[in-house]
Design a protein around this ligand. Structure first.
Ligand code: C2E
Ligand code: MG
Ligand code: MG
Length: 748
């Protein structure tokens, strides 16, 4: 016999390992049983004594434990170490029900229910995992085995069995399971568990004909913070973001982190785009508030893409793809905004990809030009300078707006060469202008982060011969993200050259007045969205603009209001004492040749012209729609549209008061009443207001469910084929039309 008892000779002469308490116990007890079940008990043999010692020895190692019960399930034997776990002695526990060693049925899962059943059925069981009824906080789990015992007459005498402590294994299984489900940094669900959840939700909801929305969210400029403040700071920031997100979403939905700076929100039974838009805006504004990370202040933004099942996808893959496309569009449209999915986005994404490719060759193909828009002194209408605005004349597609191609250039690493070209060209052009007239050049935050920018500016000035104070660089607030040392150094380096600096698009981002105190700006440009909103009732923009102007005056800075189109806006801006104005009310951006001509002609003073009033709520558009009236369907064109109504063209002589259903496509339907009628044009009022689509457009709050459309026998692209009723022929709406139509709009 070996001393360490790790191996021992079985009673039948074979060897067995003590690591396997089941085998060990079975062999030992069966041998002991054989010994003790004899009719006249004989004194234990030497081998039996040895076996008993081994059992005792094994128990003391605490690797396993033993138990036995009487026919009623009360303990007759229990290893001491097990009793200790329960803060008792074995003696105290003998005579009490075996089942009481474990937490009650109500506290734990199935196995706790199974045990009493197995005991009454007198069934052998192996490695049943049970939770110990410990009083302490820490959890203890045992794997318990047991066999029913019978005497010679076949009478049940109770159970005998063994157990091992499996807490560590169980913990690690639970940890692994948790890790597989949750994101370790933020504690939110992770991609895998969210995707499972989405799939099962959608499967169930399709059966129940319910709706469900998914928001995909991506942080804007997170990478900059991560790079400038370091990864631990980035991690901190993500934790804050997770908290703000969960708070904003509340009980309406579930937030998960898909990885990096991407989050997903599942919103069961949400389809109202008015509500979804509001929630998206709440989320964006909450995430855009400043954060304090390791003592530094930093600001990021967020873009959100929204897709709604069953309209934009029936299964998780389709729905997430749609939300992703919407997110991509939201980012492309300037970030910090939300966007609903629509079928057009697919095409737009494809377009963008092609534009990116073409943009690579735009410079070498000489397709870029600079236009110049006058910046005018609001008091005396004299031109003080021009802003250089890039134009891309695409070989096939004609002129493309910088609002579209500049973000593409920034994403595709092309802004460097494009910006350099613009700076050099603007300096060259301006050097030919007479007098002190200035030129303003837009500088992308990406250029601003490049430490070569001051050299480039110096070179452009030197080659062109332009005086530094005639060059103004327009910078947006996003250069302040991270508030790093580099930003400050860049400001100093540029100021040393002697160029002027303007803070562009103030009012679109974080609009923090603290930037004005810290950075050496000569001018603040108040964004047109700020100006425009200000004429709306209840807007506080006017008061804010007045405050900006007062502060700017105190700091000896100029102010420019951008995008002034109407005379009423100009009056109002003058009242607010904004010093300069830039907008169509004075001039559109013009080519350098036209500008030079006008300057030569001594055209320094511009007379403002334009509409008397700005109609901010009207979106001009040319969109084909179908108008359904009784059983007839008429093609028509929407000329302009607002949240409350639309001007349509194409149907002749419609009486005021006629009820029309406007079908915008994609399940978007607006019930409306004709309020004005002028020949082939009608002014409609919608029963239910339209809502913002997140991208400057409008959409209906809800859409006609594809379930309904399918039920009416119409084909719906999102639904599986077998979803249609038997007769799935499209039913043409056939009736004698009440009105004539005209197709004059087709020429438009
Ligand atoms: P921005 O710097 O804020 O330029 C003003 C924009 O407002 C210009 O749009 C201008 O045409 C437009 N605008 C001026 N007056 C009116 C008005 O009365 N009504 C309306 N609706 N719009 C008006 P544009 O030329 O399309 O440029 C858009 C943006 O593209 C610019 O905004 C600027 O951020 C960027 N951008 C343009 N050129 C360059 C460039 O050379 N480099 C960089 N990095 N960005 C540029
Ligand atoms: Mg600008
Ligand atoms: Mg601007």
């Amino acid at each position: 016999m070996k001393q360490d008892h790790s191996q021992f000779e079985n009673l039948d002469g074979t060897e067995s390992s003590v690591d396997d308490p089941k085998n060990f116990f079975e062999r030992m007890t069966s041998r002991l049983t054989k010994q003790t079940d004899v009719e006249t008990p004989a004194p234990p043999s030497i081998k039996t004594k040895e076996a008993l010692l081994l059992l005792q020895n094994y128990e003391e190692t605490r690797q396993g434990w033993f138990w036995s019960t009487d026919p009623d399930g009360n303990l007759t034997y229990l290893t001491e170490s097990v009793a200790q776990v329960l803060d008792k002695t074995a003696k105290e526990l003998v005579g009490t029900p075996f089942t009481q060693l474990f937490v009650g049925v109500e506290q734990n899962a199935d196995n706790q229910r199974t045990l009493p059943f197995l005991l009454t059925k007198q069934t052998k069981f192996m490695e049943l995992q049970l939770q110990a009824a410990t009083k302490k906080d820490e959890k203890c789990w045992w794997a318990v085995s047991g066999s029913p015992q019978f005497d010679k007459a076949g009478e049940f005498t109770g159970f005998r069995g063994s157990g091992t402590n499996v807490t560590a294994q169980r913990q690690s299984v639970e940890d692994t399971a948790r890790m597989a489900m949750f994101d370790s940094l933020t504690g939110l669900s992770n991609r895998a568990s969210m995707s499972k959840k989405l799939e099962s939700t959608l499967t169930a909801f399709t059966q129940q004909k319910r709706t469900c929305s998914v928001m995909l969210l991506d942080l804007d400029r997170f990478k900059i913070v991560n790079d400038t403040l370091g990864h631990p700071a980035g991690d901190q920031l993500l934790k804050h973001v997770a908290k703000r997100l969960t708070r904003a979403v509340g009980e309406f939905g579930e937030v998960s982190r898909l990885g990096g700076d991407e989050f997903q929100i599942l919103l069961p039974d949400w389809e109202d785009r008015g509500n979804l838009g509001e929630l998206a805006n709440t989320i964006i504004s909450s995430l855009s508030q400043p954060y304090t990370i390791e003592g530094s202040r930093c600001i990021i933004g967020a873009s959100v893409g929204v897709a709604i099942a069953p309209f934009d996808g029936m299964n998780s893959e389709e729905l997430v793809r749609s939300a992703d496309l919407a997110l991509y569009a939201a980012k492309g449209a300037g970030r910090g905004r939300f966007q609903f999915f629509s079928q057009d986005l697919q095409q737009a994404a494809e377009d963008r990809r092609m534009l990116e490719e073409d943009l690579r060759d735009a410079l070498s193909k000489d397709e870029l030009t600079l236009f110049y828009q006058p910046i005018v002194n609001a008091k005396n209408n004299t031109v003080t300078g021009f802003e250089a605005l890039m134009r891309w004349n695409h070989g096939e597609r004609g002129p493309i707006s910088p609002g579209l191609f500049i973000p593409i250039a920034e994403d595709a690493n092309l802004i460097g060469p494009l910006g350099e070209w613009a700076l050099r060209k603007a300096c060259d052009d301006a050097a030919q202008w007479p007098g002190d007239i200035r030129v303003a050049v837009n500088v992308s935050p990406i250029q601003f982060a490049d430490d070569q920018l001051p050299n480039l500016v110096k070179q452009a000035l030197k080659t062109s011969g332009l005086r530094p104070d005639r060059l103004e660089l327009e910078i947006t607030e996003s250069v302040f993200l991270g508030e790093s040392q580099e930003t400050e150094e860049m400001f100093c380096a540029l100021k040393e050259i002697g160029v002027r600096l303007a803070l562009d698009d103030f009012g679109t981002g974080y609009s923090s007045l603290s930037y004005l105190q810290t950075a050496p700006f000569d001018k603040i440009k108040i964004d047109q969205s700020f100006v425009r909103g200000a004429t709306e009732p209840g807007s506080r923009n006017g008061a804010i603009i007045a405050a900006i102007v007062a502060l700017a005056e105190a700091l000896d800075m100029e102010t420019t209001a951008e995008g002034i189109e109407a005379l009423d806006e100009l009056d109002w801006i003058r009242e607010l004492k904004v010093s300069h104005v830039q907008g169509y009310v004075y001039s559109m951006p013009v080519q350098n040749e036209d500008l030079c001509e006008r300057i030569q002609a001594g055209d320094w003073v511009l007379v403002p012209t334009g509409p008397a009033k700005h109609r901010s709520d009207r979106h001009s558009m040319f969109r084909k729609v179908n108008i359904v009236h009784e059983n007839s369907c008429y093609p028509a064109m929407v000329r302009n549209i607002s949240k409350t109504g639309a001007l349509i063209e194409g149907i002749v002589d419609v009486p005021v008061g006629t009820r029309f259903v406007v079908d915008f496509g994609d399940g978007q339907i607006a019930v409306s009443t004709v309020r004005r009628s002028m020949g082939q044009q009608q002014g409609l009022e919608f029963d239910q207001r339209l809502v913002d689509d997140g991208n400057g457009g409008l959409c209906t709050r809800t859409r006609v469910s594809p379930y309904l459309v399918a039920a009416a026998g119409m084909p719906v692209p999102n639904l599986p084929n077998d979803f249609y009723p038997e007769n799935n022929q499209t039913q043409a709406i056939a009736a004698v039309p009440a009105f004539y139509t005209t197709d004059s709009w087709k020429a438009a």
